[in-house]
Design a protein around this ligand. Structure first.
Ligand SMILES: [Fe+2]
Ligand SMILES: [Fe+2]
Length: 169
């Protein structure tokens, strides 16, 4: 799975040091996200190998889909709260005035991630749960690797330069 190729081990429950931004609340949220990624990978007995869910019993299919739906609910509330928190930090620090392009790109990426999760929810189907799990794994792994490096790190460094509490110096 993509998480392995990116060197991220969600089952270890820790962010790789390279993904620590130094902002206490942001890093805590990212750890929670990684824990959800770990939970996602425990839903199916073979998320990397099964083409679909047709070889599993109807009871198993129901159980897996139910677990994925619960996880998606947790994930969606986790990401919306997290994105809103980062966006509030940016607005409070008036980042839109000093770094308008970064500010807009960061918010756009949040919206794109939330939209992709919503699209995935709309495509849930009991015999294709394993494919949705793979897609979600890829989406979350790319977010953890790319978004944090590209946007969150920059935000925290920018806040730190202005001496905003909670950010690394
Ligand atoms: Fe972000
Ligand atoms: Fe973030």
């Amino acid at each position: 799975m993509l998480t392995k190729r990116l060197g991220i081990d969600p089952l270890a429950g820790e962010l790789p040091a390279s993904l620590e931004t130094g902002h206490v609340r942001i890093d805590r949220d990212h750890r929670q996200l990684l824990a959800l990624l770990g939970e996602l990978r425990r839903i199916c007995r073979d998320p990397g190998g099964l083409p679909d869910c047709a070889t599993c019993s109807a009871d198993q299919q129901l159980a897996c889909e139910g677990r994925l739906i619960v996880l998606l609910g947790d994930l969606f509330s986790c990401i919306l709260e997290h994105f809103a928190g980062e966006e509030l930090l940016m607005r409070d620090a008036q980042m839109q005035l000093a770094e308008g392009e970064h500010y807009a790109a960061h918010i756009e990426d949040h919206a794109a991630i939330a939209q992709k999760v919503q699209e995935l929810v709309a495509r849930l189907d009991i015999v294709h749960t394993v494919e949705r799990i793979r897609e979600l794994d890829g989406l979350l792994a790319r977010w953890v690797a790319n978004h944090i490096e590209m946007h969150d790190d920059l935000l925290v460094r920018w806040l730190a330069k202005r001496g905003i509490p909670g950010a690394a110096v």
